[in-house]
Design a binder for this molecule. Structure first.
Ligand SMILES: Nc1nc2c(ncn2[C@@H]2O[C@H](COP(=O)(O)OP(=O)(O)OP(=O)(O)O)[C@@H](O)[C@H]2O)c(=O)[nH]1
Length: 881
């Protein structure tokens, strides 16, 4: 290599001197290509090949001898500036010089140029391809090139000698054919030399093909390289040309190549990475999509199922589609929408169907269950009794309450403060406190009890001594018994002359009330509310009874209370009178009452005084409620407002759910709902045996329907009595006698009261007749027969006020006087009749389909073009049950 470098330097010197020589330069220009190709070894190889051509024939071993001389000469004239150094040493042009004629060398030069150009191009391609080859190969290639270069040097010399010999031996004309030979030889040489060397002449084409299968060079790279080279600038190019000569240059070249490669590789890498990224993303996307499209693994959820829930809410809790639930319900034979509420059982069924776990929510999870919160015995302290007064109308309940209030020692001192709330407490002379609920009457008592608010400890049954037991007295007795509350009988109005307390006591026996005076255990006190007689005795009796009851409550705890009454005060807002059942209610306490929550803003006692706290059995008015609760609601003090709101919210939700929860629609329910006004057919039944009574009652129940129902006022075995007649007369009911007859008194009474008597001995006849009577009660059936339909085409005034409708009869016939229904968008606008019917200004009786007419409708002028008129007859038929 070094030798080569020295040659180059020699050539350089020579070129400097011979620059002006254009032709030589042209000859050298063939070699210049090598420079074009950026001084890569490849170019050098081109020269080598040419030399090889000459080399191949080897025979001309003598040729090299003359070559050196002309070589130098030739090299000298070669004007090639930069490339010259390389070209110069090459032997190829040298033989041309000695050519006998000038033309031949020119031609040669031309050929050489062409060949060189072709070589250059091909070599360039090959070079690029080579560059593209794996880095691992690069070193080997470089080594090979280095060797080639060395060979080329030697060969060039040999070739030069040979050429000289040939030229010397052959005439100028023979030189031409010599060239192809040389080419062929060169080709062979090139083949032998290996792929790298094969960039010669036309033969170069197969070379790249040979490479192609090995590694397809990316065309881009080949293009980029020169570009990159250009960018590198002249300096670099010069440097590269310089570096071509030696191993260092090779290394550098390698380095350059590496740089290019690096560039290319970078680009390639970038391209690959982008593509790879895209592919990766696409793959990921597809995988994701596939993942989605794959059937999801069913997630089993614990679904909390309350007592009532909307379909949508249940769907949400199951994370299922509402429509799916509706579909499922439809399959179960229930027609519901997502907004409808279904009951717990249905909801559970759905949850099961969808494969989730049912989790029944118990009230205690959210709500407050005071029954579970039992106070320990040691915490219990005696509390005042709570007393309710019941009795028949005008027997003196209110009077007695007032009288008892008057006995209050504290009130007496205060000078008769009017009662402020619906309950009050009195302090007896003995210091005992008694709470009276000022809601007399068993209805209120029972209603409270029905709501679970059994706050009454003792019932005082007021019976007027002058009146005896009356229906409401008996009802009060029954209600008290049902409540299991002890009773004290207050025989009132004993001040009256006609008062007969003993008779009352006796009558009470009929109702299993045995008073103490009759050796029973029910205390009885004779009182006069009017004259304030026996009040102390009554209070004593109450206290005694309270003692027996051992009424106790824990006052040292958060309060529970029951709403006695509640109202909305314009100034104070919602107010509730509550009776503390246990604990102590204090100002500032946070509570929940029914569906309302609140904080105690103020407490008022029954006298309207502000108090700070209220203990067990004390009635107080509470201010600070969020809303008006209902009587019987339980007020519970809770730890904080959040809890109060939670409970109130839960109760509200539950109340709403219950209110909106509807039995699943079916036609039966639908129709029964429509028939709100049911007719009752009252009867009194008397039969010979109980079995008959029951059979008749059942048979009559069966002929009852949604429109009319048999109501048995009274039924019994035996003859029809006077009282049966009285009862039947009061209700306008017939008396059904089955195998029985009225006694004479009853018969007279029947005639007097004009009570209908129906005798039967066959139940079927009885039911048949009753059914007819019931049908008669309902009246004949109205059946509508539509006879025609017409469309309102236009509306025009008729007379001063009326409007007439221009009709086109579409179906049937329209007749004057018939009933008509005017509908607009299928909604009935008016039910009327055809008042007048005209056709072309003539009154007509009827107009048939397809014809136009004008009508005036009775009692309506609300007619618009586009309305539909339906005309119908009404037929009345005897009703059959
Ligand atoms: N002579 C006499 N009359 C009385 C007595 N107690 C009540 N009355 C009268 O009986 C009538 C009815 O008394 P109320 O206290 O209104 O009776 P009530 O049971 O509250 O009546 P309602 O509120 O209608 O249920 C009134 O005119 C009273 O004056 C009594 O002890 N002696």
């Amino acid at each position: 290599m070094k030798g080569f470098l020295t040659n180059m330097s020699d050539n350089d010197n020579s070129t400097r001197t011979r620059k002006p020589l254009g032709l030589k330069r042209a000859v050298d220009a063939g070699e210049v290509k090598q420079t074009f190709s950026h001084g890569r070894t490849n170019k050098v190889a081109v020269e080598v090949k040419r030399k090889r051509k000459i080399l191949k024939p080897n025979e001309g071993g003598s040729a090299p001898a003359p070559a050196p001389a002309p070589e130098e000469q030739k090299a000298a004239p070669a004007p090639a500036p930069a490339p010259a150094p390389k070209a110069a040493p090459k032997p190829a042009p040298k033989p041309k010089r000695p050519a006998p004629s000038d033309e031949t060398p020119q031609e040669r030069v031309a050929r050489l140029q062409r060949e060189a150009e072709e070589d250059r191009l091909k070599l360039a391609e090959e070079a690029r391809r080579r560059e593209e080859e794996a880095k691992a190969k690069a070193l080997e290639e470089e080594k090979q090139r280095a060797e080639d270069n060395r060979k080329a040097e030697a060969e060039a010399e040999a070739a030069a000698q040979k050429a000289a010999e040939e030229k010397a031996a052959k005439p100028a004309s023979e030189e031409k054919p010599a060239e192809p030979e040389a080419k062929e030889e060169a080709k062979e040489e090139a083949k032998e030399a290996g792929p790298e060397e094969s960039g010669d002449g036309e033969e170069a084409t197969p070379a790249p093909r040979r490479f192609t299968p090995v590694k397809r060079p990316e065309p881009k790279r080949t293009e980029k390289k020169p570009a990159a080279d250009k960018k590198a600038g002249g300096k670099r190019a010069a440097a590269s040309t310089e570096s071509d000569g030696g191993g260092r240059g090779d290394r550098r070249r390698g380095g350059k190549l590496t740089v290019n490669k690096a560039l290319n590789e970078d680009e390639g890498a970038r391209a690959r990475s982008l593509a790879a990224l895209k592919r990766a993303r696409e793959k990921e996307r597809r995988a994701h999509y596939r993942g989605q499209s794959q059937p999801r693994e069913k997630q089993v959820r614990d679904v909390v199922v309350p007592e009532a829930i909307t379909v949508q809410e249940l769907a949400n809790r199951m994370a299922e589609k509402g429509a799916d639930l509706v579909k499922e319900l439809f399959n179960l034979g229930m027609m519901v929408t997502v907004n409808q509420t279904i009951d717990q059982d249905t909801a559970e069924l759905l949850v099961d169907q969808f494969g989730h776990n049912v989790q029944r929510v118990s009230e205690s999870d959210v709500d407050i269950d005071t029954t579970e919160d039992v106070d320990p015995e040691e915490s219990m302290k005696p509390r005042p009794p709570v007393v309710t007064i019941m009795g028949h109308v005008d027997h003196g309940k209110t009077s007695l309450l007032d009288a008892l209030r008057g006995t209050d020692v504290t009130r007496g001192e205060a000078g008769g403060i009017t009662q402020h709330i619906g309950a009050y407490q009195i302090k007896t002379k003995g210091g005992d406190v008694i709470t009276f609920l000022d809601t007399p009457g068993h209805e209120a008592f029972t209603e409270m009890r029905a709501r679970g608010a059994n706050v009454t400890d003792i019932v005082i049954l007021v019976v007027a001594a002058d009146d005896g037991l009356m229906p409401q007295t008996i009802e009060a007795i029954n209600h008290t018994k049902a409540a299991g509350v002890p009773m004290i009988v207050a025989i009132n109005k004993i001040d009256k002359d006609e008062a007969n307390p003993q008779k009352i006591r006796e009558r009470l026996l009929e109702h299993e009330i045995i008073v103490e005076a009759m050796s029973g255990d029910v205390m009885d006190v004779e009182v006069s509310a009017k004259n304030k007689i026996g009040l102390d005795k009554l209070l004593d009796a109450i206290n005694l009874q309270a003692e027996l009851l051992e009424l106790k409550a824990n006052p040292d705890r958060e309060a529970d209370a029951t709403v006695i009454e509640a109202k909305l005060d314009k100034g104070k807002g919602p107010l509730a009178t509550v009776l503390v059942t246990r604990g102590t209610l204090k100002r500032g306490d946070v509570f929940v009452v029914g569906t309302e929550s609140g904080r105690v803003r103020a407490l008022h006692d029954d006298k309207g005084r502000q108090i700070k706290e209220a203990g067990p059995a004390m009635p107080v008015e509470v201010l600070g409620l969020g809303g008006v609760p209902r009587a019987g609601d339980v007020l519970t003090v809770v730890e904080n407002e959040q809890r109060a709101r939670e409970v109130a919210g839960y109760r509200t939700e539950k109340a709403n759910e219950k209110r909106t929860a509807m039995p699943v629609s079916n036609f039966e329910n639908m129709f029964s709902a429509l028939k709100s006004e049911m007719v009752e057919f009252p009867v009194v039944i008397k039969a010979d045996v109980q079995g008959s009574v029951e059979a008749i009652a059942n048979a009559l129940a069966k002929i009852s329907n949604d429109l009319i129902k048999v109501r048995v006022l009274h039924s019994g075995v035996g003859a029809i009595t006077e009282s049966d007649v009285t009862l039947a007369a009061a209700s306008g009911a017939p008396i059904i006698g089955f195998n029985v007859r009225p006694n004479s008194k009853a018969r007279q009474q029947m005639e007097k009261d004009k009570v209908e008597m129906m005798y039967y001995d066959v139940i079927y006849h009885l039911t048949e007749e009753i059914a007819k009577r019931m049908a008669g009660e309902l009246g004949p059936e109205r059946i509508e027969n539509v006879v025609g339909r017409a469309a309102v085409k236009q509306v025009f005034p008729a007379g001063k006020k009326d409007k007439a409708a221009g009709l086109l009869v579409e179906e049937g016939v329209i007749r004057k006087g018939l009933f008509a229904r005017l509908t607009r968008n299928d909604v009935i606008v008016s039910a009327t009749s055809i008042a007048s019917l005209r056709r072309f200004k003539d009154d007509v009786d009827e107009v048939r389909a397809g014809l136009e007419c004008g009508v005036v409708l009775s009692d309506t002028n609300d007619i618009k073009a586009g309305d539909q008129l339906e005309v119908f007859e009404v037929e009345e038929r005897e009703r059959v049950l």
